[in-house]
Design a protein. Structure first.
Ligand SMILES: [Cu+2]
Length: 330
């Protein structure tokens, strides 16, 4: 999803898949959304009312009290107790109301219920990773409906910000520390999730989806998802691993350059190594490249690839190899 078209497709598909909101706001898909909107609309209403009042009076006064030939200005008006009290007391009440509504809603949004279901979120350039209690890692946020969910966020590089407009939540993901936020989804469906902190080149691609599952379906999803090596064809499982294990950050699949060589047409090619020799990229070469990246350094690249020894299981390496094979074009 590296171009504007890809992003528009993403928007259209997900927006169509979810219930549309009002003209002004996205759907109220979490339990706090209505409160947030209420405070927002209250402040907006008060501002609009006073804006119109002040501008209208201004215009009337400009016309009415314009300096005219032959008309001398009258004496300045006297101090009016009633007027002064009115314009002090009414705004004070309004401001205190805004504080009271805002503060209670804010506290409610900040403090997760004790029984909340916890999901770990990692921001990185430029994708979100969600880690579930059973160890499964996913690029999308899957949650059960009608259950409070607490997100514990961090980042591995720069500051990102997790934003789900339909839930009215936004929270920074900061490197070197944890932040948290929570919500309770009201309706099953799919909602947009953005990064709301400008974090570099592909910031606008840092999008995911929130999938709210019906009662009872979430556990099943999590089981199947964690088990994807057994339920998906290897090449498809390899695509997933390529995305969620960070290979995509350095290796493109469309022939473009990056920190590492592209995977396009890699399989079966003769690869020139830094030490001057050439090897054929077969299963064993790719396996070694993943588990022991320092063994054969590709000519023209820096040895920056982390080792996946102990981090990827044998079946996972096989799935990635199967995936790389599908990127061959005759
Ligand atoms: Cu970001």
């Amino acid at each position: 999803m590296n171009d504007a078209n890809g992003f528009m497709n993403y928007l259209n598909n997900t927006v169509l898949a979810q219930e549309r909101g009002s003209f002004w706001l996205p759907p109220q898909a979490s339990t706090t959304a209505a409160d947030v909107d209420w405070v927002f609309q209250f402040i907006f209403g008060v501002s609009a009312f006073f804006f119109i009042l002040i501008v209208t009076l201004m215009i009337i006064f400009i016309i009415r009290f314009k300096r005219r030939e032959g008309v001398e200005p009258g004496a300045a008006p006297h101090h009016s107790m009633a007027l002064e009290l009115t314009w002090s007391i009414i705004p004070t009440i309004i401001v205190v109301l805004i504080f009271a509504f805002g503060f209670t809603t804010y506290m409610n949004m900040r403090i997760a219920p004790d029984n909340a279901y916890e999901i770990n979120v990692t921001g990185q350039k430029w994708k979100w990773l969600f880690t579930y209690p059973n160890g499964h890692v996913d690029e999308n946020l899957h949650v059960p409906v009608d259950i409070p969910v607490r997100l514990i966020l961090t980042s591995v590089d720069v500051i990102h910000s997790l934003f789900v407009p339909a839930f009215r939540i936004k929270m920074d993901a900061v490197p070197g520390r944890y932040t948290d936020t929570w919500f309770q989804a009201k309706d099953p469906g799919e909602y947009l999730l953005f990064c709301a902190e400008y974090c570099g080149t592909s910031h606008s691609d840092m999008t995911s989806m929130v999938v709210v599952h019906k009662v009872g379906e979430f556990e099943k999803w999590m089981q199947d998802a964690a088990n994807f090596l057994n339920t998906m064809p290897p090449a498809e499982a390899g695509t997933r691993l390529y995305k969620i294990r960070g290979c995509a950050q350095c290796h493109s699949i469309d022939g473009t350059g990056g920190h590492g060589p592209t995977f396009k047409n890699l399989f079966g090619r003769d690869v020139a190594l830094k030490n001057g020799s050439t090897v054929a990229a077969d299963e064993n070469y790719i396996r070694t490249s993943i588990l022991d990246p320092m063994a054969d350094i590709v000519a023209g690249f820096e040895p920056v690839m982390p080792t996946y020894q102990g981090k990827l299981k044998a079946e996972e390496v096989t799935a990635i190899i199967e995936y790389i094979k599908t990127l061959r074009e005759e």
